[in-house]
Design a protein around this ligand. Structure first.
Ligand code: ATP
Length: 337
């Protein structure tokens, strides 16, 4: 049984194709992580399943309802915590939560009881009666999350809930999400933090360029990868040319399956190898070459490796590439002025 079942979603904004046939199935009761770099289509997907945006094509089933035919029914079943925090400046936190309860037609004593419970669970006691205009980013996020949970939705959808937050707020949010999952609520959250998905998700999908390119349980995805990971560098900060020469040298070695240049980490090299018996061969190959080994580390597969395998680049490199495209567009615009 799926809480969210999306099939072949397509969505364009003018000439930008944000979703290109995205298919995603979120099992009922899971804490599901949607991992992808900026601009990969996470927000567009979440806004479509929350009925805030219509797809150009595809099927959208949420909490057992066709979201395109029954948007009101879907809205009554879900809580949505958007990327941009939406709290009023004049109202106090308490007043804002009461208003939220009224909008869902809850009884007054029910509203008070839930506000008290969420205030305690999200550690908001000391500031909940203050005006929201004076709140820090972390306080606003926690209040936003409480508002999304007031009507006890069976599916909670969060768009990058902890971006830029202090550790205290992040911990409070993580703890509540784990508690909700334990109580049977389905939680779907998007993130571009590997450690967030690693800490919370029992199921996940990697989204890149508007498509889901891998999905499953994080541990299973890591297991499926097979092979050990080696990171090496021949200098603290290399250049592309040098790294490509080292890459070509190591690619043909027995036991080396893949070598990827990691631009974000000073052109270091990420290798997938059969096991640790490859390490002496790597060292001796470099000893024979003009390149001197500067650093080498060896580990079991991580979620970053899952991402690397699925996309051919690290998550950080994907973010850098997108930031680079934005800078070029900005420069072009400025040059045209
Ligand atoms: P982020 O983490 O930065 O929010 P995301 O993975 O959530 O990114 P989306 O916000 O869904 O990605 O954006 C996907 C693509 O669609 C990007 O190229 C983005 O620039 C573009 N896009 C999103 N919203 C709009 C819009 N309203 N008008 C034009 N383009 C848009």
């Amino acid at each position: 049984m799926y809480s969210v079942d999306l099939e072949n979603l397509c969505k364009s904004y003018g000439s930008i194709q944000a979703l290109k046939g995205l298919t995603l199935k979120v099992p009922h009761g899971s804490l599901y992580g949607l991992l992808g770099p900026n601009g990969s289509g996470k927000t567009t997907t979440l806004r479509i399943l929350c009925t805030l945006l219509a797809p150009d094509a595809g099927k959208v089933s949420v909490a057992g309802f066709d979201a395109l035919k029954n948007p009101r029914l879907v809205r009554s079943q879900i809580g949505y915590v958007a990327q941009e925090v939406a709290v009023d400046k004049i109202l106090t936190g308490n007043e804002l939560l009461k208003l939220q309860g009224d909008l869902y037609h809850l009884q007054a004593d029910e509203i008070n009881e839930r506000i008290e419970d969420l205030t305690k669970r999200l550690d908001m006691n000391t500031w909940i009666s203050r005006r929201c205009g004076s709140y820090s980013g972390g306080m606003k996020r926690r209040l936003d999350l409480a508002a999304g949970l007031l009507h006890r939705p069976q599916l909670l959808v969060l768009d990058e809930p902890t971006v830029g937050l202090d550790i205290e707020s992040r911990t409070a949010i993580w703890e509540l999400l784990l508690e909700l999952k334990a109580q049977g609520t389905t939680v779907l959250l998007s993130s571009h933090y590997l450690e967030e998905i690693e800490a919370l998700a029992d199921q996940m999908a990697i989204i890149d360029g508007g498509c889901v390119i891998a999905q499953g349980a994080p541990d299973e995805l890591k297991k499926e990868l097979g092979g050990d990971r080696v990171t090496l560098r021949v200098r603290e900060f290399s250049n592309q040319d040098e790294s490509e020469k080292v890459r070509n040298l190591l690619l043909n070695l027995d036991g080396v399956r893949q070598v990827v240049i990691n631009r974000a980490q000073g052109f270091s090299l990420n290798l997938v190898v059969d096991d640790e018996t490859v390490l002496p061969r790597l060292r001796s190959e470099l000893d024979k070459s003009p390149f001197e080994l500067f650093a080498l580390s060896h580990s079991r597969p991580s979620l970053d490796d899952v991402y690397l395998q699925a996309t051919g680049r690290t998550l950080m490199d994907a973010e850098l590439a997108i930031a680079g495209q934005r800078d070029i567009k900005l420069e072009n615009k400025q040059a045209m002025r």
